[in-house]
Write a protein that binds this ligand. Structure first.
Ligand SMILES: Cc1cc2nc3c(=O)[nH]c(=O)nc-3n(C[C@H](O)[C@H](O)[C@H](O)COP(=O)(O)OP(=O)(O)OC[C@H]3O[C@@H](n4cnc5c(N)ncnc54)[C@H](O)[C@@H]3O)c2cc1C
Length: 500
Protein backbone atom coordinates (compact mmCIF):
# COMPACT_ATOMS: atom_id res chain seq x y z
CA UNK A 1 0.00 0.00 0.00
CA UNK A 2 1.41 3.39 -0.90
CA UNK A 3 1.57 5.77 2.00
CA UNK A 4 -0.14 9.16 1.80
CA UNK A 5 2.43 11.92 1.98
CA UNK A 6 2.25 14.68 4.61
CA UNK A 7 2.56 18.43 4.94
CA UNK A 8 4.08 19.62 8.22
CA UNK A 9 3.46 22.79 10.17
CA UNK A 10 6.14 23.00 12.84
CA UNK A 11 4.76 24.92 15.84
CA UNK A 12 7.38 26.77 17.86
CA UNK A 13 6.67 30.17 19.41
CA UNK A 14 3.34 30.35 17.61
CA UNK A 15 1.14 28.15 19.80
CA UNK A 16 -2.12 29.39 18.32
CA UNK A 17 -4.57 28.98 15.50
CA UNK A 18 -5.47 32.65 15.04
CA UNK A 19 -3.29 34.90 12.92
CA UNK A 20 -0.99 32.07 11.96
CA UNK A 21 -0.15 32.48 8.30
CA UNK A 22 2.41 29.68 8.31
CA UNK A 23 -0.24 27.26 9.60
CA UNK A 24 -2.73 28.49 7.01
CA UNK A 25 -0.17 27.93 4.27
CA UNK A 26 0.32 24.37 5.47
CA UNK A 27 -3.44 23.70 5.54
CA UNK A 28 -3.94 25.09 2.03
CA UNK A 29 -1.05 23.06 0.71
CA UNK A 30 -2.27 19.84 2.32
CA UNK A 31 -5.71 20.42 0.81
CA UNK A 32 -4.32 21.18 -2.65
CA UNK A 33 -2.04 18.16 -2.58
CA UNK A 34 -4.69 15.95 -0.91
CA UNK A 35 -2.13 15.04 1.72
CA UNK A 36 -2.18 14.63 5.49
CA UNK A 37 -1.60 17.77 7.53
CA UNK A 38 0.63 17.03 10.49
CA UNK A 39 1.02 19.92 12.92
CA UNK A 40 4.01 19.07 15.08
CA UNK A 41 5.74 20.36 18.20
CA UNK A 42 9.25 19.15 18.97
CA UNK A 43 10.05 18.73 22.66
CA UNK A 44 13.58 18.61 23.97
CA UNK A 45 13.74 15.34 26.02
CA UNK A 46 15.72 17.26 28.64
CA UNK A 47 13.32 20.21 28.82
CA UNK A 48 12.41 19.48 32.44
CA UNK A 49 15.99 20.22 33.46
CA UNK A 50 16.31 23.24 31.23
CA UNK A 51 13.35 25.46 32.12
CA UNK A 52 11.69 26.24 35.44
CA UNK A 53 8.63 24.31 36.59
CA UNK A 54 6.25 27.28 36.13
CA UNK A 55 7.26 27.83 32.53
CA UNK A 56 7.10 24.11 31.84
CA UNK A 57 3.54 24.07 33.17
CA UNK A 58 2.63 27.07 31.00
CA UNK A 59 4.07 25.28 27.97
CA UNK A 60 2.24 22.06 28.82
CA UNK A 61 -1.08 23.89 29.21
CA UNK A 62 -0.51 25.77 25.96
CA UNK A 63 0.21 22.57 24.05
CA UNK A 64 -2.84 20.84 25.50
CA UNK A 65 -5.02 23.76 24.53
CA UNK A 66 -3.47 23.85 21.06
CA UNK A 67 -4.21 20.15 20.58
CA UNK A 68 -7.83 20.66 21.65
CA UNK A 69 -8.24 23.58 19.27
CA UNK A 70 -6.64 21.67 16.40
CA UNK A 71 -9.02 18.76 16.97
CA UNK A 72 -11.93 21.18 16.54
CA UNK A 73 -10.75 21.91 12.99
CA UNK A 74 -10.22 18.29 12.04
CA UNK A 75 -6.58 17.67 12.87
CA UNK A 76 -4.42 17.24 15.98
CA UNK A 77 -1.02 17.99 17.44
CA UNK A 78 1.87 15.54 17.02
CA UNK A 79 4.42 15.72 19.81
CA UNK A 80 7.89 14.70 18.72
CA UNK A 81 10.57 14.12 21.33
CA UNK A 82 14.19 14.71 20.41
CA UNK A 83 16.65 17.05 18.78
CA UNK A 84 14.96 18.52 15.68
CA UNK A 85 18.17 18.14 13.67
CA UNK A 86 18.06 14.38 14.27
CA UNK A 87 14.37 13.58 14.49
CA UNK A 88 12.96 15.77 11.72
CA UNK A 89 14.93 14.11 8.88
CA UNK A 90 13.60 10.74 10.12
CA UNK A 91 10.04 12.06 10.07
CA UNK A 92 10.54 13.52 6.61
CA UNK A 93 11.28 9.98 5.38
CA UNK A 94 8.62 8.21 7.40
CA UNK A 95 5.84 10.66 6.53
CA UNK A 96 7.04 11.39 2.99
CA UNK A 97 7.18 15.12 3.55
CA UNK A 98 7.67 17.54 0.67
CA UNK A 99 6.33 20.72 2.28
CA UNK A 100 6.95 22.28 5.68
CA UNK A 101 5.92 25.63 7.15
CA UNK A 102 7.25 27.42 10.21
CA UNK A 103 7.56 30.77 11.96
CA UNK A 104 10.86 32.66 11.87
CA UNK A 105 12.71 32.66 15.20
CA UNK A 106 15.46 35.10 16.12
CA UNK A 107 17.12 33.45 19.14
CA UNK A 108 20.69 32.95 17.84
CA UNK A 109 20.86 29.25 18.74
CA UNK A 110 17.54 28.50 17.09
CA UNK A 111 18.55 30.41 13.98
CA UNK A 112 21.68 28.23 13.73
CA UNK A 113 19.58 25.09 14.15
CA UNK A 114 17.07 26.25 11.53
CA UNK A 115 19.89 26.82 9.04
CA UNK A 116 20.93 23.17 9.43
CA UNK A 117 17.36 21.97 8.99
CA UNK A 118 16.81 24.14 5.95
CA UNK A 119 19.93 22.63 4.38
CA UNK A 120 18.59 19.14 5.02
CA UNK A 121 15.29 20.17 3.43
CA UNK A 122 17.10 21.49 0.40
CA UNK A 123 18.95 18.19 -0.01
CA UNK A 124 15.69 16.27 0.28
CA UNK A 125 13.86 18.59 -2.07
CA UNK A 126 11.42 19.71 0.63
CA UNK A 127 9.83 23.13 0.16
CA UNK A 128 10.17 25.36 3.24
CA UNK A 129 7.84 28.30 3.94
CA UNK A 130 9.01 30.63 6.74
CA UNK A 131 6.88 33.47 8.06
CA UNK A 132 7.81 36.44 10.20
CA UNK A 133 4.72 36.50 12.40
CA UNK A 134 5.90 36.87 15.99
CA UNK A 135 6.02 40.66 15.70
CA UNK A 136 3.82 43.42 14.35
CA UNK A 137 6.49 44.59 11.89
CA UNK A 138 8.94 42.59 9.83
CA UNK A 139 12.21 43.36 11.63
CA UNK A 140 14.25 42.41 8.54
CA UNK A 141 12.47 45.08 6.49
CA UNK A 142 13.02 47.68 9.21
CA UNK A 143 16.71 46.84 9.32
CA UNK A 144 16.94 47.04 5.54
CA UNK A 145 15.20 50.42 5.56
CA UNK A 146 17.81 51.61 8.04
CA UNK A 147 20.72 50.45 5.82
CA UNK A 148 21.31 47.39 7.98
CA UNK A 149 21.90 49.47 11.10
CA UNK A 150 19.92 48.76 14.23
CA UNK A 151 17.92 51.70 15.58
CA UNK A 152 19.60 52.46 18.91
CA UNK A 153 16.77 54.53 20.34
CA UNK A 154 13.06 53.96 20.68
CA UNK A 155 12.28 57.27 18.93
CA UNK A 156 14.43 56.29 15.97
CA UNK A 157 12.61 52.97 15.82
CA UNK A 158 9.22 54.73 15.85
CA UNK A 159 10.31 57.06 13.07
CA UNK A 160 11.37 54.05 10.97
CA UNK A 161 7.98 52.36 11.28
CA UNK A 162 5.87 55.53 11.17
CA UNK A 163 5.04 55.11 7.48
CA UNK A 164 4.65 51.35 7.56
CA UNK A 165 1.09 50.21 7.23
CA UNK A 166 0.31 47.16 9.41
CA UNK A 167 -1.77 44.73 7.36
CA UNK A 168 -5.12 44.61 9.08
CA UNK A 169 -6.16 41.12 8.08
CA UNK A 170 -5.95 38.65 10.91
CA UNK A 171 -5.83 35.08 9.67
CA UNK A 172 -8.59 32.93 11.10
CA UNK A 173 -7.82 29.27 10.81
CA UNK A 174 -10.73 27.54 9.16
CA UNK A 175 -12.14 24.06 9.47
CA UNK A 176 -9.94 21.75 7.43
CA UNK A 177 -11.77 20.25 4.46
CA UNK A 178 -11.91 16.56 3.68
CA UNK A 179 -9.55 17.11 0.77
CA UNK A 180 -6.86 17.16 3.37
CA UNK A 181 -6.54 13.68 4.80
CA UNK A 182 -7.23 13.54 8.50
CA UNK A 183 -4.40 12.20 10.65
CA UNK A 184 -4.97 9.10 12.71
CA UNK A 185 -6.90 10.55 15.65
CA UNK A 186 -7.00 7.40 17.75
CA UNK A 187 -3.35 6.53 17.34
CA UNK A 188 -1.40 7.05 20.54
CA UNK A 189 1.68 7.72 18.44
CA UNK A 190 3.14 11.10 19.24
CA UNK A 191 -0.09 11.96 21.00
CA UNK A 192 -0.23 14.82 23.53
CA UNK A 193 -0.34 12.13 26.24
CA UNK A 194 3.44 11.66 25.87
CA UNK A 195 3.72 14.87 27.90
CA UNK A 196 2.23 13.14 30.93
CA UNK A 197 5.80 12.41 31.95
CA UNK A 198 6.00 16.05 33.04
CA UNK A 199 3.91 14.88 36.00
CA UNK A 200 1.44 17.70 36.33
CA UNK A 201 -1.68 16.60 38.14
CA UNK A 202 -4.98 18.44 37.83
CA UNK A 203 -4.40 20.22 41.14
CA UNK A 204 -1.07 21.57 39.83
CA UNK A 205 -2.72 22.70 36.65
CA UNK A 206 -5.57 24.49 38.37
CA UNK A 207 -3.40 26.04 41.03
CA UNK A 208 -1.72 28.75 38.99
CA UNK A 209 -2.38 32.41 38.41
CA UNK A 210 -1.64 32.47 34.71
CA UNK A 211 -2.66 29.28 32.92
CA UNK A 212 -1.18 28.83 29.45
CA UNK A 213 -2.94 28.52 26.11
CA UNK A 214 -4.56 30.40 23.26
CA UNK A 215 -8.05 30.11 24.76
CA UNK A 216 -6.93 31.80 27.97
CA UNK A 217 -4.93 34.39 25.98
CA UNK A 218 -7.94 35.48 23.93
CA UNK A 219 -10.09 35.63 27.05
CA UNK A 220 -7.51 37.79 28.82
CA UNK A 221 -7.15 40.06 25.80
CA UNK A 222 -10.94 40.49 25.58
CA UNK A 223 -11.18 41.34 29.29
CA UNK A 224 -8.56 44.08 29.03
CA UNK A 225 -9.81 45.47 25.74
CA UNK A 226 -13.31 45.82 27.23
CA UNK A 227 -11.89 48.32 29.76
CA UNK A 228 -11.64 51.06 27.17
CA UNK A 229 -11.04 53.94 29.55
CA UNK A 230 -8.32 52.00 31.37
CA UNK A 231 -6.56 51.26 28.07
CA UNK A 232 -6.80 54.87 26.91
CA UNK A 233 -5.51 56.25 30.23
CA UNK A 234 -2.71 53.68 30.54
CA UNK A 235 0.66 55.21 31.39
CA UNK A 236 3.27 52.66 32.34
CA UNK A 237 5.17 54.81 34.88
CA UNK A 238 1.91 55.29 36.80
CA UNK A 239 1.31 51.55 37.24
CA UNK A 240 2.45 49.99 40.46
CA UNK A 241 5.27 47.44 40.73
CA UNK A 242 4.04 46.17 44.08
CA UNK A 243 0.28 45.95 43.89
CA UNK A 244 -0.95 42.55 45.05
CA UNK A 245 -2.90 42.04 41.83
CA UNK A 246 -1.08 43.01 38.61
CA UNK A 247 -1.44 46.62 37.49
CA UNK A 248 -0.59 45.81 33.85
CA UNK A 249 -2.13 43.24 31.47
CA UNK A 250 0.12 40.16 32.03
CA UNK A 251 -0.35 39.33 28.39
CA UNK A 252 3.41 38.84 28.09
CA UNK A 253 3.55 35.06 28.71
CA UNK A 254 0.88 34.57 26.04
CA UNK A 255 2.66 36.80 23.54
CA UNK A 256 6.04 35.18 24.26
CA UNK A 257 4.72 31.68 23.64
CA UNK A 258 2.74 32.91 20.63
CA UNK A 259 -0.60 31.97 22.25
CA UNK A 260 -1.55 35.55 21.41
CA UNK A 261 -0.59 37.24 18.18
CA UNK A 262 1.09 40.60 18.77
CA UNK A 263 -0.56 41.82 15.57
CA UNK A 264 -4.01 40.99 16.92
CA UNK A 265 -3.16 42.84 20.16
CA UNK A 266 -1.99 45.81 18.07
CA UNK A 267 -5.22 45.98 16.06
CA UNK A 268 -7.40 45.62 19.15
CA UNK A 269 -5.53 48.49 20.80
CA UNK A 270 -5.97 50.65 17.69
CA UNK A 271 -9.68 49.83 17.70
CA UNK A 272 -10.03 50.88 21.35
CA UNK A 273 -8.03 54.09 20.87
CA UNK A 274 -9.95 55.06 17.75
CA UNK A 275 -11.90 58.27 18.39
CA UNK A 276 -10.97 58.37 22.09
CA UNK A 277 -8.51 60.63 23.87
CA UNK A 278 -5.60 58.35 24.74
CA UNK A 279 -2.05 58.25 26.07
CA UNK A 280 0.85 57.90 23.60
CA UNK A 281 4.08 55.95 23.25
CA UNK A 282 6.38 55.34 25.00
CA UNK A 283 4.06 55.16 28.04
CA UNK A 284 0.79 53.98 26.43
CA UNK A 285 -0.17 50.34 26.09
CA UNK A 286 0.48 50.51 22.37
CA UNK A 287 3.81 52.06 23.30
CA UNK A 288 4.60 48.93 25.38
CA UNK A 289 4.05 46.76 22.36
CA UNK A 290 6.38 49.04 20.42
CA UNK A 291 9.10 48.45 23.04
CA UNK A 292 8.78 44.78 22.15
CA UNK A 293 9.16 45.60 18.45
CA UNK A 294 12.16 47.80 19.24
CA UNK A 295 14.00 45.01 21.09
CA UNK A 296 13.11 42.45 18.44
CA UNK A 297 14.62 44.64 15.74
CA UNK A 298 17.73 45.24 17.86
CA UNK A 299 18.04 41.52 18.64
CA UNK A 300 17.62 40.48 15.02
CA UNK A 301 20.29 42.93 13.87
CA UNK A 302 22.96 42.41 16.54
CA UNK A 303 25.45 39.57 16.71
CA UNK A 304 25.78 38.09 20.22
CA UNK A 305 22.85 40.17 21.47
CA UNK A 306 22.51 37.98 24.58
CA UNK A 307 26.18 38.35 25.54
CA UNK A 308 28.46 41.18 26.61
CA UNK A 309 31.59 40.13 24.72
CA UNK A 310 31.35 40.42 20.95
CA UNK A 311 28.14 42.47 21.19
CA UNK A 312 28.67 45.81 19.42
CA UNK A 313 25.84 47.63 21.24
CA UNK A 314 26.94 46.55 24.72
CA UNK A 315 29.40 48.55 26.84
CA UNK A 316 32.09 46.29 28.29
CA UNK A 317 31.88 46.50 32.08
CA UNK A 318 34.19 44.55 34.42
CA UNK A 319 31.48 42.75 36.38
CA UNK A 320 32.66 40.31 39.08
CA UNK A 321 31.62 36.66 39.37
CA UNK A 322 30.02 36.22 42.77
CA UNK A 323 28.04 32.99 43.15
CA UNK A 324 27.10 33.77 46.73
CA UNK A 325 25.57 37.16 45.85
CA UNK A 326 23.86 35.72 42.79
CA UNK A 327 22.29 32.89 44.79
CA UNK A 328 21.12 35.17 47.59
CA UNK A 329 19.54 37.50 45.02
CA UNK A 330 17.89 34.68 43.06
CA UNK A 331 16.47 33.09 46.20
CA UNK A 332 15.21 36.35 47.72
CA UNK A 333 17.70 36.41 50.61
CA UNK A 334 19.45 39.76 50.19
CA UNK A 335 18.09 41.21 53.42
CA UNK A 336 16.42 44.00 51.44
CA UNK A 337 12.72 43.12 51.81
CA UNK A 338 11.51 44.83 48.63
CA UNK A 339 14.12 43.07 46.49
CA UNK A 340 13.45 39.74 48.21
CA UNK A 341 9.68 40.06 47.83
CA UNK A 342 10.07 40.64 44.09
CA UNK A 343 12.39 37.69 43.61
CA UNK A 344 10.13 35.41 45.64
CA UNK A 345 7.07 36.51 43.66
CA UNK A 346 9.00 35.77 40.48
CA UNK A 347 9.93 32.30 41.69
CA UNK A 348 6.43 31.48 42.93
CA UNK A 349 4.28 32.95 40.19
CA UNK A 350 6.58 33.39 37.18
CA UNK A 351 5.61 37.01 36.52
CA UNK A 352 6.62 40.34 38.07
CA UNK A 353 5.82 43.93 37.08
CA UNK A 354 8.16 45.73 34.71
CA UNK A 355 9.30 48.25 37.36
CA UNK A 356 9.89 45.42 39.81
CA UNK A 357 12.19 43.93 37.14
CA UNK A 358 13.89 47.34 37.00
CA UNK A 359 14.46 47.24 40.75
CA UNK A 360 15.99 43.77 40.96
CA UNK A 361 18.00 44.04 37.74
CA UNK A 362 19.55 47.33 38.82
CA UNK A 363 20.24 45.90 42.29
CA UNK A 364 22.06 42.84 40.94
CA UNK A 365 24.20 44.80 38.49
CA UNK A 366 25.29 48.44 38.65
CA UNK A 367 23.22 49.36 41.71
CA UNK A 368 24.51 47.09 44.41
CA UNK A 369 25.96 43.64 43.78
CA UNK A 370 28.09 44.31 40.68
CA UNK A 371 27.20 40.94 39.16
CA UNK A 372 26.92 40.61 35.37
CA UNK A 373 23.57 41.16 33.65
CA UNK A 374 24.18 37.88 31.81
CA UNK A 375 23.96 35.98 35.12
CA UNK A 376 20.75 37.78 36.02
CA UNK A 377 19.27 37.14 32.58
CA UNK A 378 19.89 33.38 33.04
CA UNK A 379 17.95 33.39 36.32
CA UNK A 380 15.10 35.25 34.62
CA UNK A 381 15.22 32.70 31.78
CA UNK A 382 14.55 29.99 34.35
CA UNK A 383 11.79 31.70 36.27
CA UNK A 384 9.90 33.96 33.85
CA UNK A 385 6.74 32.63 32.21
CA UNK A 386 7.23 35.28 29.55
CA UNK A 387 10.92 34.55 28.94
CA UNK A 388 11.86 35.91 25.55
CA UNK A 389 15.36 35.84 24.11
CA UNK A 390 15.50 39.40 22.74
CA UNK A 391 13.32 41.13 25.35
CA UNK A 392 15.21 39.62 28.22
CA UNK A 393 18.68 40.45 26.88
CA UNK A 394 17.63 43.92 25.67
CA UNK A 395 16.01 44.92 28.94
CA UNK A 396 18.89 43.55 31.03
CA UNK A 397 21.31 45.64 28.97
CA UNK A 398 19.08 48.66 29.51
CA UNK A 399 18.87 48.22 33.27
CA UNK A 400 22.55 47.58 33.71
CA UNK A 401 23.22 50.70 31.59
CA UNK A 402 25.13 48.51 29.15
CA UNK A 403 23.10 49.58 26.11
CA UNK A 404 20.17 51.84 25.14
CA UNK A 405 20.16 53.64 28.52
CA UNK A 406 23.19 55.54 29.76
CA UNK A 407 22.23 57.43 32.93
CA UNK A 408 24.11 55.01 35.16
CA UNK A 409 24.14 57.55 38.01
CA UNK A 410 20.38 57.07 38.41
CA UNK A 411 20.13 54.12 40.76
CA UNK A 412 16.99 52.56 42.25
CA UNK A 413 16.89 52.62 46.03
CA UNK A 414 15.74 49.26 47.46
CA UNK A 415 14.18 51.23 50.32
CA UNK A 416 12.60 54.35 48.82
CA UNK A 417 11.38 52.98 45.48
CA UNK A 418 8.83 50.49 46.81
CA UNK A 419 7.53 52.92 49.43
CA UNK A 420 6.22 55.28 46.74
CA UNK A 421 3.36 52.91 45.88
CA UNK A 422 3.09 50.76 49.01
CA UNK A 423 3.86 52.63 52.24
CA UNK A 424 2.50 49.90 54.48
CA UNK A 425 4.54 47.21 52.76
CA UNK A 426 1.57 44.92 52.03
CA UNK A 427 3.44 43.40 49.11
CA UNK A 428 6.43 42.60 51.30
CA UNK A 429 4.18 41.10 53.97
CA UNK A 430 2.71 38.76 51.35
CA UNK A 431 5.93 37.50 49.79
CA UNK A 432 8.26 37.76 52.80
CA UNK A 433 5.94 36.46 55.51
CA UNK A 434 8.73 36.40 58.11
CA UNK A 435 8.34 40.19 58.23
CA UNK A 436 4.54 40.16 58.31
CA UNK A 437 4.31 41.62 61.78
CA UNK A 438 6.87 44.39 61.34
CA UNK A 439 5.60 47.95 61.84
CA UNK A 440 5.37 49.93 58.57
CA UNK A 441 8.18 52.16 59.85
CA UNK A 442 10.69 49.29 59.56
CA UNK A 443 9.22 47.04 56.87
CA UNK A 444 11.61 48.29 54.17
CA UNK A 445 14.61 48.51 56.56
CA UNK A 446 14.13 45.81 59.20
CA UNK A 447 17.77 46.02 60.32
CA UNK A 448 16.92 49.41 61.82
CA UNK A 449 14.24 47.97 64.11
CA UNK A 450 15.27 47.85 67.79
CA UNK A 451 15.77 44.34 69.21
CA UNK A 452 12.54 44.66 71.21
CA UNK A 453 10.53 45.38 68.03
CA UNK A 454 12.19 42.44 66.27
CA UNK A 455 11.30 40.17 69.17
CA UNK A 456 7.68 41.34 69.28
CA UNK A 457 7.38 40.88 65.49
CA UNK A 458 8.75 37.34 65.87
CA UNK A 459 11.60 37.83 63.42
CA UNK A 460 15.17 38.49 64.50
CA UNK A 461 17.37 39.95 61.78
CA UNK A 462 20.38 37.75 61.17
CA UNK A 463 18.50 34.70 62.50
CA UNK A 464 14.99 34.52 61.03
CA UNK A 465 15.65 36.88 58.12
CA UNK A 466 19.08 37.75 56.65
CA UNK A 467 21.08 40.83 57.47
CA UNK A 468 21.36 43.10 54.44
CA UNK A 469 23.89 41.74 51.98
CA UNK A 470 25.55 45.13 51.31
CA UNK A 471 25.10 48.67 52.51
CA UNK A 472 23.25 50.25 49.59
CA UNK A 473 24.05 53.83 50.59
CA UNK A 474 27.76 53.06 50.43
CA UNK A 475 28.10 50.57 47.55
CA UNK A 476 25.90 52.30 45.01
CA UNK A 477 28.19 55.33 45.18
CA UNK A 478 31.27 53.17 44.66
CA UNK A 479 29.55 51.44 41.76
CA UNK A 480 28.75 54.75 40.07
CA UNK A 481 32.49 55.44 40.08
CA UNK A 482 33.18 52.03 38.55
CA UNK A 483 30.56 52.66 35.86
CA UNK A 484 32.12 56.03 35.19
CA UNK A 485 35.53 54.40 34.68
CA UNK A 486 34.07 51.70 32.38
CA UNK A 487 32.31 54.32 30.25
CA UNK A 488 35.51 56.37 30.01
CA UNK A 489 37.53 53.37 28.89
CA UNK A 490 34.89 52.39 26.38
CA UNK A 491 34.92 55.92 24.93
CA UNK A 492 38.70 55.89 24.65
CA UNK A 493 38.67 52.52 22.90
CA UNK A 494 36.08 53.72 20.43
CA UNK A 495 38.11 56.86 19.69
CA UNK A 496 41.23 54.74 19.12
CA UNK A 497 39.33 52.45 16.77
CA UNK A 498 38.10 55.41 14.76
CA UNK A 499 41.67 56.72 14.42
CA UNK A 500 43.01 53.41 13.07
C1 LIG B 1 15.37 42.96 33.26
C2 LIG B 1 14.14 42.77 32.43
C3 LIG B 1 13.91 41.59 31.76
C4 LIG B 1 12.75 41.41 31.00
N1 LIG B 1 12.54 40.21 30.35
C5 LIG B 1 11.41 40.03 29.61
C6 LIG B 1 11.17 38.80 28.95
O1 LIG B 1 11.98 37.86 28.99
N2 LIG B 1 10.01 38.66 28.26
C7 LIG B 1 9.09 39.68 28.17
O2 LIG B 1 8.04 39.50 27.55
N3 LIG B 1 9.33 40.86 28.74
C8 LIG B 1 10.46 41.08 29.45
N4 LIG B 1 10.68 42.30 30.05
C9 LIG B 1 9.83 43.45 29.68
C10 LIG B 1 8.61 43.75 30.54
O3 LIG B 1 8.96 43.79 31.89
C11 LIG B 1 7.48 42.74 30.35
O4 LIG B 1 7.20 42.57 28.98
C12 LIG B 1 6.20 43.24 31.02
O5 LIG B 1 6.43 43.53 32.37
C13 LIG B 1 5.14 42.18 30.87
O6 LIG B 1 3.99 42.47 31.63
P1 LIG B 1 2.63 42.87 30.93
O7 LIG B 1 2.27 41.88 29.89
O8 LIG B 1 1.66 43.11 32.01
O9 LIG B 1 3.02 44.24 30.23
P2 LIG B 1 2.11 45.46 29.70
O10 LIG B 1 2.57 46.69 30.37
O11 LIG B 1 0.66 45.12 29.82
O12 LIG B 1 2.55 45.58 28.19
C14 LIG B 1 1.94 44.88 27.10
C15 LIG B 1 2.99 44.12 26.33
O13 LIG B 1 3.99 44.99 25.83
C16 LIG B 1 5.25 44.31 25.82
N5 LIG B 1 6.18 45.04 26.71
C17 LIG B 1 5.88 45.74 27.81
N6 LIG B 1 7.00 46.29 28.35
C18 LIG B 1 8.02 45.93 27.56
C19 LIG B 1 9.41 46.19 27.57
N7 LIG B 1 10.00 46.97 28.48
N8 LIG B 1 10.18 45.63 26.62
C20 LIG B 1 9.63 44.88 25.66
N9 LIG B 1 8.31 44.61 25.59
C21 LIG B 1 7.51 45.12 26.51
C22 LIG B 1 5.01 42.91 26.36
O14 LIG B 1 4.82 42.03 25.27
C23 LIG B 1 3.73 43.11 27.16
O15 LIG B 1 3.00 41.92 27.30
C24 LIG B 1 11.82 42.48 30.86
C25 LIG B 1 12.06 43.67 31.55
C26 LIG B 1 13.19 43.82 32.33
C27 LIG B 1 13.41 45.12 33.03
Amino acid sequence: MTKVASVIHWFRLDLRLHDNLALRNAINEAENRKQILRPIYVVDPDVQNKIGRNRLRFLFQSLRDLDENLRKINTRLFIIKGDPVVCLPQLFEEWQVKFITLQVDIDAELVKRDDVIEKICEEKDIFVVKRVQHTVYDFNTILRNNNGNIPLTYQKFLSLVSNTQVKDTIEITKQISNDCKAPEFDSQDNDISVLEEFNFNEADLNDCKYPGGETEALKRLATYMSKKQWVCNFEKPNTSPNSIEPSTTVLSPYISHGCLSSKLFYHKLKEVENGMKHSSPPVSLLGQLMWREFYYTAGAGTKNFDKMVGNCVCTQIPWKKNEEYLKAWAEGRTGYPFVDAIMRQLKQEGWIHHLARHMVACFLTRGDLWVSWEDGAKVFEDYLLDYDWSLNAGNWMWLSASAFFYKYYRVYSPVAFGKKTDKEGLYIRKYVPELKKYPAEFIYEPWKAPKSVQTTAGCIIGEDYPKRIVDHDKVHKENIQKMNAAYKLSKEKKALKRKR
